[in-house]
Unconditional design. Sequence first.
Length: 338
Amino acid sequence: MSANVPDRSGQRGVSRVLLKLENSIEAGNYYEAHQMYRTLYFRYNGQRKYNECLELLWNGALRLISKQQETSGADLALLLMDTLEKRSSADGEANNDGELWIERLGTIIGNLSPTTVERETLINRAIQWSCDMSGNTFGHPKMHKAVAQVFWTETNYELSRHHFLLSRNGNLCGRMLIKMHQNKGNDSEIDLFIVQAVLQQLCLKDRKAAEDTFKSYTANHPSIRRKEAPFEQPLLNFIHFLFRVIDTGRPHVFEALRDLYKPSLKRDPSFEKYLVKIGVHFFGIAPRPTLNTSMFGDLLSRIFQDFDDDDDESYTSHIRPNANSRSVSGGGSTADLD
C-alpha cells in the first residue's frame, strides 16, 4: 500500500501543474506556461511516461504557436523529438505509431514560419529520427513528403524538390517537376528538369520511383502528354531506353546507349557524373580513370574522388544552408499536385 504513495503524490503534483498551466495560458502568461510545459517534460521523462509526455508536448507546441509564441512552440517540438528518441532507446523495439508522429511533426513544421531559427534543427532531427525509426538510410519517405509539402507551400522549390525526390512517390515527384518547370524553367529545358531528377533517383538506386516519376512527368506535362516513346526530345528517349537497358543488366549495351546520346547528354555536365554512378550501381562498371599524371594532378584526383564518394550524402543532405529562404516565384499549393 505504501509503495503507491509516492506515485499518487506525483500524480497530484502533475495535476496541480497542469491546472496552473491552463490558467497561465488563459491569462496570456505564455512564458510561465512554457516553463510549466518544460517542468512536466522533465517529470514525465523521469517517470518514463513517454507517451503522456509526447501528447503533452504535441498539444503544447501547437497551442503556443497558435498564440504567436513560435520560439517557445519550437522549443517544445524539440523536446518532443528528445522524447521520441528516448522512447525508442528505452523500448528497444519499434513502436507502431511512427507514421502518426511523422504526420504530427509535419503539422508542427508547417505551422512554424521559415524565419523561426529552431525550425531547421527540428527538420534535421525529425528526418534523423525517421531514419532510426524506419531503418531507412535516407529517412522515412513520408517524413520527406511532409517536409517537401511544407517547402512547396512556401514556394521554396529547390528544397521542396530535394525532399520530394526522397519521398519515393514518383507520381507526386513528376507533377511537382511539371509545376517547377512551368514556374521557373524555359521551354528549352522541358527535358532537363525530368532527366536530372530521374538520374539522381537512379543514383540512389530507387529504380521504381525514378520510372514512376518519368511516366508521371511525360504523361501529364501539357507540352508532352505522351505515355511511351518515341518522344520529340532525344533525352526523353534516352531515359526511356535507359530503363530498358537496366533491365538487361548488360554493361556494353549501357555504354553503347551513352555513346549514341552523347551529344544530347553534353547539355548538362552533371549528367556524366550521374551516369558513372549508375554504371557502378546497375552494371558493375568501374569508373574510368582520370588522365592526370602529375603528383599535383593525382592529389586533386584523390580529393575529388573523396567528394564523389560523398555524393550520396549530398543527394540526401537533410537541409541546405538556405533552408529558411523563400523563393520569389509565384505561390504554390500542394493541392495543385493532386
